[in-house]
Design a protein around this ligand. Structure first.
Ligand SMILES: NC(=O)c1ccc[n+]([C@@H]2O[C@H](COP(=O)([O-])OP(=O)(O)OC[C@H]3O[C@@H](n4cnc5c(N)ncnc54)[C@H](O)[C@@H]3O)[C@@H](O)[C@H]2O)c1
Length: 256
């Protein structure tokens, strides 16, 4: 018996570096997975590769009506929703002087409003579960940049701090209301995906960028998408049954 046998999951940002690793690990653990992303080509390709345990759902996480449709598709196709992983995110590095209001709004919409909408739609469905069903899990994505700051991430850090606060408030609400829903966040350090490369400054070499980054991670390297996916599987599983409202740092000591 696997840790998530027969459970149903919706993963946003599923076509990205970390999202794909999460979908693969959830399927390995026996879950049915809705691969949700705005990028249809990559999402469909991943869902096909995962086989009968997966389906692709096109979802722009900033759109309330698309969330409603996605949750309806998942519940009708899979018979319920046990796990929501709000992975979708974007990075637009900029100091307060370089940042524009448009970029701030875009980051807030994709990184923070998305988690708000996801939590809202998931709680609505998950709160009715009976004692014979597993406790549901919502997993949001923050970042070490929500608690460790740099001049270059003014807006990005603010979005991730918002998700951190949202996670704790939703967790408290669900616990106090007696809902069988745990709500936690994963707080990754630097993970080798396309997103990370967006931080390389004009004129900066890859070697210089990555060696600076490694120095900020006491463990002596950056992380892999699978290491984040392993933490998501743990938070989704009954092994994390006493965890809610936590932000789990998976960051090689970056925020220690
Ligand atoms: N990579 C890192 O070092 C790192 C560190 C800390 C936190 N994070 C967080 O982890 C999460 C995943 O990051 P990643 O490194 O896999 O990034 P990524 O760029 O590889 O993937 C992001 C995915 O989100 C999707 N996406 C973007 N906008 C969307 C929208 N409006 N609707 C639906 N999907 C959308 C993209 O199509 C892409 O598939 C993000 O929330 C990110 O902020 C990443």
């Amino acid at each position: 018996m696997s840790r998530l046998d027969g459970r149903t999951a919706l993963v946003t940002g599923a076509a990205g570096g970390i999202g794909e690793a999460i979908c693969r690990r959830l399927v390995d653990e026996g879950a049915w997975v809705a691969v949700a992303d705005i990028d249809e080509m990559k999402g469909v390709r991943l869902a096909r590769a995962l086989g009968k345990s997966a389906l692709f759902v096109k979802l722009d996480v900033t759109q309330d009506d698309q969330w409603r449709a996605a949750v309806e598709t998942v519940t009708s196709q899979f018979g319920g929703l046990d796990i929501l992983v709000n992975t979708a995110g974007i990075m637009i590095p900029s100091t307060i002087e370089d940042a524009t209001l448009d970029n701030w709004r875009k980051l807030m919409a994709v990184n923070a409003e998305s988690a708000f909408l996801g939590c809202k739609h998931a709680v609505e469905i998950m709160k009715t579960r009976g004692a014979d069903q597993p406790v549901a899990a919502i997993i949001n994505f923050t970042s070490s940049l929500a608690v460790n700051f740099t001049p270059q991430h003014a807006a990005y850090s603010a979005t991730k701090a918002a998700v951190r606060a949202l996670t704790k408030s939703v967790a408290l609400h669900c616990a106090q209301a007696g809902y069988r829903i745990r709500v936690n966040a994963v707080q990754p350090g630097a993970i080798a995906t396309d997103m990370l490369r967006k931080n390389i400054r004009p004129g900066q070499s890859d070697d210089d960028y990555f060696s600076q980054l490694v120095k900020r991670h006491p463990i002596g390297r950056i992380g892999t998408p699978k290491e984040i996916a392993d933490a998501v599987v743990f938070l989704a599983s009954d092994e994390a049954s006493f965890m809610t409202g936590a932000d789990l740092a998976v960051d090689g000591g970056n925020t220690a």
